[in-house]
Design a protein around this ligand. Structure first.
Ligand code: ADE
Length: 227
């Protein structure tokens, strides 16, 4: 898989993708990730990539020229172009799974008030938001999306089982609480059932706890209004 990130801040996008599991996945050749500076496609002598809003309004918008030039240079018939924007569809594990099957993603990062809408109409296959809040720029969002889907590539995580057990393997249930040693930490004990060796009881406890935690933290996943 190949991922090209188009941004005004390549270092912001690459920093979280250059350590740990992501770095190992890259070194093992599971994914090839590049971050490009959109200014490199600016034809302006000051390398500008933004301009004021047509019709008035606060702030600046990313111009179509450098974005069209960059995407036309990078894309192939197999590419999927994804715009990172708070106006997008909310990113979920199911979307991470779908995107992890793509051969080539171009993640376009907005900045300022966003991008000229002709980019969205002509070039973008999918608009994605990582949540209902506004970041200073889309490079952070592109790193989040890249991390979430690269870890799904076969071989990226050492232990394949960890995919199955984690939250959102069942998209409507969070994970049960987890404990490690010591069994007694400052008088705080690990629940007896987890050291009982009784697998059926442990499974039942985990299911019950997962449901309780979901009720507490994410009632919306159970069809109740979020508080
Ligand atoms: N750019 C700014 N905020 C964003 C968000 N929530 N998701 C994706 N891109 C963004």
């Amino acid at each position: 898989m190949r991922i090209d990130i188009l941004t005004l801040f390549p270092e912001i996008a690459l920093a979280p993708l250059s350590e740990s599991i992501l770095q190992r996945a890259r070194a093992a050749g599971l994914v090839e990730i590049s971050a490009h500076n959109l200014r490199d496609w600016s034809t302006d002598k000051h390398k500008r990539t933004d301009d004021t809003l047509c019709g008035g309004g606060q702030g600046m918008l990313m111009m179509p020229g450098p974005i069209f030039a960059a995407i036309e240079e990078l894309r192939t018939p197999e590419s999927k172009v994804v715009l990172m924007t708070p106006q997008g569809k909310v990113f979920k594990q199911a979307i991470a799974k779908e995107l992890s099957a793509e051969k080539h993603l171009i993640l376009l990062c907005g900045h300022y008030e966003g991008v000229d809408h002709r980019v969205v109409e002509q070039l973008v296959d999918l608009e994605l938001s990582i949540g209902d809040y506004v970041l200073t720029n889309g490079a952070i969002a592109a790193a989040v999306v890249t991390d979430a889907l690269v870890r799904l590539l076969p071989g990226a995580l050492g232990d394949e089982r960890s995919h199955q057990e984690e939250s959102f393997a069942d998209p409507n249930l969070l994970e049960a609480p987890a404990y490690t040693r010591p069994i007694d930490f400052r008088g705080l004990k690990v629940p007896d059932v987890l050291i009982s060796g009784h697998h059926a009881k442990i499974e039942a406890w985990k299911n019950e706890q997962a449901l309780e935690r979901t009720r507490q933290n994410r009632p919306d996943l159970l069809g109740h209004p979020a508080s």
